[in-house]
Design a protein around this ligand. Structure first.
Ligand code: HEM
Length: 446
């Protein structure tokens, strides 16, 4: 008997809702639309989106199955990777199989915890310079400020150059905007067609590639900086011994900037919001940071002892996982998920942000409570309910750097300032990432 019989699905497809009715809601607020469908339908359901049906997974075992235990059967969904590739060319993010593996293998050692630790002074210097620019004693919008801070941190760790006041920042922002547009509305002209969008994109790519190329040339001429770019230039595929070709090196360096700043910026903005609006947590955190760092610049060893800081950051990433659904996959062969037949070619969306607030697994799921990440409570949680950095072999390669940046930046802010933020004042938009759109904050020097 066929293990994957194709009896019609017993799951209703977003009952009574045609794809056309779903579309405006999906375009306007995709997270609210998916959340509403989840409330109507339960932990596994089909969402009808114009030309395709997407299987949405909000069940931990099924999430683990797709992302980890049966990961070989799930590749990046072309609905997502094709538009990205049309903008940046092939990178580790938008490739699969034999095209992906050598890229990942080659970059991976640069993100070992031991090497990332050595980047701490660059991170702290970038944070200090950005903090010096912030207003004090008045309320300001923290989201754009944290976006600049995140860009400065990735710039200084990647290129030993803060990328804040630069046309390169504008070029990265444009390339991201076009990627997002093409993911949402997957219609674009081939790059050979000189449409206004393609012409501007070609200029943007030329600027990014030219700048990174020039940095590579200066390094090759002997200007080493001990940053990530140096490490990528020296990197060799551990299986074949081959270094990156120049074009691949440029594309991967640009990808790391792209993948490594919006996410960090969002997490930082949300963390400062909670710390500013939860005085008791702020006081406990400050005590811990003063005790462990003693006024010294944040560095990996004392940061590792700041368990409360780690709990606060983990709780922030639970409530606001920046990569809220970047975990799209496509089934390679037929499969079965929770008894449901999943034909080859199905797009599967693992809904990180819904699992992170699923009332079956989280007590008071919408409340900010870092105690749930106390070390002794970690074992209570089933695998697949909490994965802000993904799971399996496509798990975030930049996670060690993200932790260093987040913890060093928050510790530095708390060493310098008292924070105040209106409770409930955080607003966000689910686009490419879960992006804060409003996060007022006041800093008062200590
Ligand atoms: C709070 C910060 C961050 C969060 C929440 C985050 C989250 C994620 C998630 C969930 C994935 C997996 C997507 C999937 O399974 O399809 C991912 C992949 C990735 N992340 Fe991050 N990320 C963060 C920071 C960074 C940083 C700092 C970098 C690099 C400097 C980075 C580079 C990447 C890359 C290159 C991938 C693709 C890996 C692959 O497909 O093999 N991320 N990230």
């Amino acid at each position: 008997m066929d293990a994957f019989n194709t009896t019609p699905s017993t799951l209703p497809t977003d009952r009574g809702r045609t794809s056309l009715r779903n579309l405006p809601a999906l375009a306007l607020d995709p997270l609210a639309c998916i959340r509403a469908a989840w409330r109507r339908q339960g932990d596994l359901f089909w969402l009808d989106c114009l030309l395709t049906k997407v299987l949405v997974v909000v069940e931990p075992g099924a999430a683990d199955h797709v992302l980890r235990t049966n990961q070989r059967n799930y590749q990046r969904s072309p609905l997502f990777s094709r538009p990205l590739r049309s903008v940046t060319g092939p990178t580790m993010f938008n490739t699969d199989g034999d095209e992906w593996l050598p890229r990942r293998r080659t970059v991976q050692p640069a993100f070992s915890r031991a090497l990332v630790r050595t980047l701490a002074p660059k991170v702290v210097a970038a944070v200090d310079r950005q903090l010096a620019e912030l207003p004090t004693e008045v309320e300001f919008e923290s989201a754009p400020a944290m976006a600049r801070m995140a860009m400065a941190m990735i710039g200084s760790t990647m290129f030993d150059a803060e990328l804040t006041d630069d046309d390169l920042v504008e070029a990265f922002a444009h390339s991201r905007a076009v990627s997002e547009r093409r993911v949402n509305v997957p219609v674009w002209l081939p790059s050979a067609v000189p449409s206004p969008e393609n012409r501007r994109l070609a200029r943007t790519r030329a600027l990014i590639e030219g700048r990174i190329g020039a940095m590579i040339d200066r390094r090759a001429a002997g200007q080493e900086r001990d940053d990530l770019l140096d490490r990528l230039m020296a990197a060799k595929d551990p299986e074949t011994g081959c270094p990156f070709a120049r074009a691949t090196l440029i594309a991967e360096a640009a990808l790391l900037v792209n993948a490594g700043h919006d996410t960090t910026a969002a997490a930082l903005t949300c963390a400062l919001h909670y710390i500013g609006s939860e005085p008791q947590w702020q006081a406990r955190l400050r005590d811990e940071i003063d005790r462990e760092l003693g006024g010294e610049a944040p560095s990996p060893e004392p940061l590792a002892r700041c368990t409360l800081l780690r709990q606060v950051m983990r709780e922030t990433l639970r409530l606001h996982p920046p990569a809220w659904v970047s975990v799209h996959r496509q089934a390679v062969a037929d499969d079965r998920i929770l008894g449901e037949h999943v034909p080859a070619g199905t797009t599967v969306l693992v809904a990180t942000s819904l699992l992170h607030r699923h009332p079956r697994y989280w007590d008071r799921p919408n409340a900010f409570d870092p105690e749930r990440f106390a070390p002794e409570r970690e074992a209570e949680r089933p695998r697949g309910v909490y994965f802000p950095f993904g799971m399996g072999r496509r798990r975030c390669i930049g996670e060690p750097l993200a932790w260093l940046e987040l913890e060093a930046a928050v510790a530095r802010v708390l060493q310098r300032y008292e924070l105040e933020a209106p409770r409930g004042g955080l607003r966000e938009k689910a686009g490419f990432t879960l992006e804060p759109t409003r996060a007022p904050l006041t800093l008062r020097p200590r």
